[in-house]
Write a protein that binds this ligand. Structure first.
Ligand code: WT7
Length: 638
């Protein structure tokens, strides 16, 4: 049992409160989590806090609860019925404010709509929606009746939507006529129509009117939400769900071409998130909390919907582009709603740094008390800019490390427990209950200051239940280092025990914080009729962190041209979405491979970044140095 040691006791203040809680959570995890779990409302309490049959953990077995009950019903029984639940702002400037009682009413009526459409417990519902209040409302409505939602980011293409719908065997799809982005309408319904030609499992589509643009409605399949709401009941009994019943499936990228459906449960997931937002964000009754992520990613699920709403917090939801119609749109929103907690990504911070702080200083951001960062490592410069110009040198920054799979924050400062010294670029220490470590290739703890792999040594409540339809793929998380969870990230622990996350150690990229696998990108590229073979490397990008560089070998008879480059880019956007757009495309006659046929990613990376081979380090490399150098020189020439 690895207790965090306190070598920095003498350098800083002792952090007594944090370590008392942390050490107890590791020594007596079941008693610790049982205590935490009592902060939620349960219909039936648990028989066991944890059943751990590695690698499957089941939290709060025998217990029953309902996610929507915990996010709305329990608040409307108190004075919070008149409290703001959500300040929403559309990109064109339209606004809506929902109190907890109006949110409660909407969740109930949407739940009734789903039931009237034949959706029941365990059925899968896909939500392909812009960032409008209907998205969280539908999530909660699904949870209310025990349906499993799968939110598909509205920037994904028809093909990507269809793949997710098919994998989850979705029965009903909710979409909108369109959503606003940069003053244009994203035609969600027509993209969905195309997806549905490939997705036979979908019986019904509910369409939200948002953009008021003409669309086609397929009789007997497509129904307008507003028509359905006319016949909806005002109250739907929240379904008593077993703690380990799935709440949602969310697709994310791994090391193969096929996205994986991460399945999250109900009880453990909610307990973890409830606690994490108290500890990391010091969420208070009077907080006005804005997480700028898209609900289509896990950050949106946990940090926009389930965590803050289970606390009865006031959240801000904004539909559109961050710098539209003017560069200070976000700062305007913070000022207007008096945001106290602002949670965003390093990519966004770097983009605004590029615009200059004049735009920030036009606004009074003195309401801010705490800032958060997530999704990718934050560089010192961006951290300092965020701290100075957004936080006015007053607000702690919580750099929160977590993943789609972890369900909730794992490593982060915990000002909600005790303020600890921050170091720009470090996510600091694991949250209570999280037994994190950095290990070497044999699985032993790596010495301080040495790079290794980030692992979690014990189950935690928010952890994924499985990968939908593929338990074998789930087992892989626990097999790279037997018995512990492998995160896929490189990290170092410094001499103070602080964690520094260095980025992905596997073939997964982080483009502007969005996770995408090289294999998925390569599959998309090779599906183009003129491509024989494709390989993807990432290149450092000052704003996005990483950008995509595509290497292709064309089929016999095809000739490279700038036109073909554009066509390939378009093709990849069509297969996946704008996040898959390569920044650069190189044509080559030969891709660097090892004898066993594995692509030498190190060579691609060096060429993409125009660095020498020696600058690109990798811990595992099955090719000899001479082979690597030869392949590098050949590719550079080509
Ligand atoms: C990967 C998970 C969880 C919210 C959004 C991302 C990277 C995440 C940090 C951070 C450095 C970070 C890791 C991780 N990452 N947060 N604070 N510092 N890296 O979820 O799409 O599942 O991606 O994002 O590489 O493995 P995701």
């Amino acid at each position: 049992m690895a207790e965090l040691s306190l070598p920095f006791e003498s350098r800083y203040f002792p952090l007594k409160k944090f370590f008392d809680i942390y050490n107890r959570s590791i020594q007596e995890p079941e008693a610790f989590w049982a205590e935490q779990a009592r902060q939620l409302d349960w219909f039936k309490t648990w028989d066991k806090v944890l059943e751990w049959e590695p690698p499957f953990a089941r939290w709060f077995t025998g217990a029953q609860l309902n996610a929507s009950y915990n996010c709305v019903d329990r608040h409307v029984k108190t004075w919070r019925r008149s409290k703001v639940a959500m300040y929403w702002e559309g990109e064109p400037g339209d606004t809506r404010v929902l109190s907890y009682s109006t949110l409660y009413g909407a969740v109930n009526r949407f739940a009734s709509v789903l039931k009237n459409c034949g959706v029941g417990k365990g059925d899968r519902v896909a939500l392909y929606l812009p960032m409008i209040p209907e998205l969280p409302i539908f999530m909660l409505a699904c949870g209310r009746i025990g349906a499993v939602h799968t939110v598909v980011f509205s920037g994904f293409s028809a093909q990507a939507l269809a793949d997710r719908i098919n994998d989850a065997q979705v029965k009903l799809l909710v979409t909108a006529d369109g959503g606003f982005r940069r003053g244009k309408v994203v035609p969600l319904k027509s993209i969905a129509d195309e997806a549905l030609t490939m997705s036979p499992s979908v019986e019904r589509t509910i369409v939200v009117k948002r953009a008021d643009v003409p669309i086609s409605m397929k009789p007997s399949r497509d129904l307008w939400l507003h028509d359905l709401l006319d016949k909806a009941a005002p109250f739907v009994q929240p379904e008593p769900m077993a703690s380990n019943d799935p709440l949602y499936i969310l697709y994310t990228s791994g090391t193969t071409g096929k996205p994986k459906g991460v399945v999250h449960g109900t009880g453990g997931y909610l307990v973890h998130n409830y606690c994490a937002y108290k500890w990391a964000f010091d969420l208070k009754e009077e907080s006005v909390y804005w997480c700028s992520a898209d609900v289509g990613w896990v950050t949106g699920h946990s940090s926009i919907v389930y965590a803050p709403l289970s606390h009865g917090a006031a959240i801000v939801l904004y539909e559109g582009a961050p710098d539209y119609p003017t560069i200070d749109r976000w700062w305007d929103i913070i000022e207007k709603y008096g945001v106290t907690i602002f949670y965003t990504s390093p990519t966004a911070i770097r983009m605004f740094m590029g615009y200059g702080e004049e735009w920030v200083h036009r606004h009074d951001l003195s309401s801010l008390e705490l800032l958060g960062s997530v999704g990718e490592p934050i560089n010192t410069q961006a951290w300092l800019w965020f701290y100075r110009h957004i936080g006015g040198e007053r607000c702690p920054i919580v750099d929160t490390w977590w993943q789609t799979e972890t369900g909730g924050i794992m490593i982060s400062p915990t000002p909600g427990i005790e303020r600890l010294p921050l170091k720009p670029g470090s996510a600091t220490l694991p949250l209570p209950g999280v037994d994190a470590d950095v290990v070497d290739e044999t699985g032993k703890s790596a010495p301080p200051e040495e790079r290794g792999w980030l692992v979690i040594k014990k189950p935690w409540p928010g952890m994924l239940l499985s990968i939908h339809g593929d338990p074998e793929r789930y087992r892989q998380y626990w097999s790279r280092f037997p018995g512990v969870y492998y995160t896929g990230d490189y990290a170092v622990k410094d001499r103070d025990g602080y964690f520094w996350i260095l980025g992905r150690a596997d073939e997964v990229l982080k483009i502007a914080g969005h996770r995408i696998g090289t294999a998925e990108l390569e599959d998309a590229a090779t599906s183009h009729p003129q491509v024989a073979e494709a390989a993807v490397a990432s290149k450092g990008d000052p704003v996005k962190g990483e950008s995509i560089v595509l290497f292709v070998r064309l089929k016999e008879g095809s000739t490279p041209s700038p036109g073909l480059k554009n066509e390939l880019s378009e093709h990849m956007r069509g297969k996946i979405g704008p996040i898959a757009t390569p920044d650069e495309v190189y044509f080559t006659t030969k891709l660097p491979k090892t004898r066993s046929g594995k692509i030498m990613r190190r060579v691609l990376k060096a060429v993409a970044n125009n660095t020498s081979i020696g600058d690109v380090t990798t811990l595992e490399d099955e090719a000899s140095v001479e082979e690597v150098v030869k392949a590098y020189q050949e590719l550079k020439k080509a």
